[in-house]
Design a protein. Structure first.
Length: 388
């Protein structure tokens, strides 16, 4: 036999007699496979359940298939605020030096404080500042300002030092109280610490609006060049004042032909103001020759742009309604209004014929339906009205 063939036969026999042993996979591998399978199965079950739940919620949507956003975007002016809801609030007003509290649609007021000429509640309604009536014979509290804590009845007194106190205004956080004193349209503005009564700063005269807890804007009397040919020759500039440091920043400076007056409104982006200009200095003697222009002073960029004061726009709308509600109303009448954001579209108006407060009326109505909601609240009150 051929040697090579014998060798091959021996190798084949050896291989057949000693087969390759099978590979035995460890038990841990099988366990991992089972765990992966169970995880995938659980994920599938959860997905199916979620889809079923989603389908159920979709079936619960209104038939008109409005989205949640569409439902939220309903105009607030369409919401009806009933007279009953409004009557749950309270208004405060001064009549014959008595501060009264009254429900807006109730003709029976109650006395809140006696001997009050003017007042202002703190922003949190925890305190009231009021100017005491100086008309009582023998009184040593001539026109002093009192700050009363409404919970404890403790009071802080601010003595009258700069003339006749006539107006009060709290800083937005209630930390400071501004007192307006004087007898002319332009008085003296003094800021006090509302907790201690300590004087913080004294500044010029003019109308004002709080900007934040430490700053306000004032239409402040300032010297002009060339001087105007009467009185002290000054005009009115738009000035920002820090009530803590007394630092002033002139925003718009008056000159011989132009004054600047703060408007009715300040918001997060705009201070509304107006300019009053004449062509010649002699024209100041005739109000009809003055040109009034309305602006927004952008509080972020410091730039001014032409725009209408929203407070003035709203005032014109209310004036139009008042003319319809009061038959003998003429343009010689004067009015102020108060709104409460909680009772949107309702407004309380103080209106009189410029004769005396005894003829003044406080009225209330819904702007959407003034004819049927018009009610007279009080007669003979002054214009200090609060609504909470």
């Amino acid at each position: 036999m051929d040697v090579n063939n014998q060798t091959n036969n021996l190798i084949d026999t050896s291989l057949s007699n000693n087969p390759t042993p099978p590979t035995n996979k460890p038990k841990s591998f099988n366990i991992v496979i089972v765990i992966i399978f169970l995880v995938l199965l659980s994920a599938l079950v959860i997905s199916v359940l979620y889809i079923l739940k989603l389908k159920t919620e979709i079936k619960k949507l209104p038939e008109n298939n409005q989205s949640a956003n569409n439902q939220i975007e309903v105009s607030p002016t369409n919401a009806v605020v009933s007279a009953e809801d409004v009557n749950k609030s309270a208004i405060y007003y001064v009549k014959d030096n008595v501060l009264y509290k009254q429900s807006p649609l109730d003709s029976s007021p109650s006395i809140f404080l006696n001997r009050v000429e003017a007042y202002a509640f703190s922003p949190d309604n925890q305190k009231i500042a009021y100017i005491i009536d100086s008309g009582e014979a023998g009184s040593t509290e001539i026109n002093d300002v009192h700050i009363r804590n409404l919970e404890t009845n403790n009071e802080t007194t601010i003595k009258s030092e700069y003339g006749i106190n006539r107006g009060l205004s709290w800083s937005p956080d209630g930390a400071y109280l501004l007192v307006d004193a004087g007898t002319s349209p332009e008085g003296v503005l003094t800021v006090y610490d509302s907790s201690t009564g300590k004087e913080i700063s004294l500044m010029g005269s003019g109308s004002y609006l709080w900007f934040d807890n430490q700053n306000l804007y004032i239409s402040q009397e300032t010297k002009v060049d060339p001087e105007r040919p009467w009185e002290n020759g000054s005009g009115f500039s738009l000035v920002k004042v820090n009530v803590i440091t007394g630092n002033e920043e002139i925003i718009k400076k008056a000159d011989s032909l132009t004054d600047y007056e703060i408007g009715n409104t300040i918001d997060s982006s705009c201070l509304y103001y107006s300019s009053r200009s004449v062509s010649n200095q002699s024209d100041w003697e005739d109000n009809n020759k003055a040109i009034i222009t309305n602006y927004c002073y952008d509080l972020k960029t410091g730039e001014s742009r032409l725009t209408a004061d929203p407070g003035t726009t709203e005032s014109l709308q209310i004036k139009k309604i008042i003319k319809q509600l009061i038959p003998d109303y003429t343009d010689t009448y004067y009015f102020q209004f108060v709104k409460n954001t909680k009772y949107k579209d309702w407004v309380i108006v103080w209106v009189h014929d410029n004769a005396s407060n005894s003829d003044a009326n406080i009225v209330i109505f819904d702007l959407n339906n003034p004819q049927t909601t018009y009610e007279k609240i009080a007669t003979g009150a002054n214009s200090d009205i609060s609504w909470y």
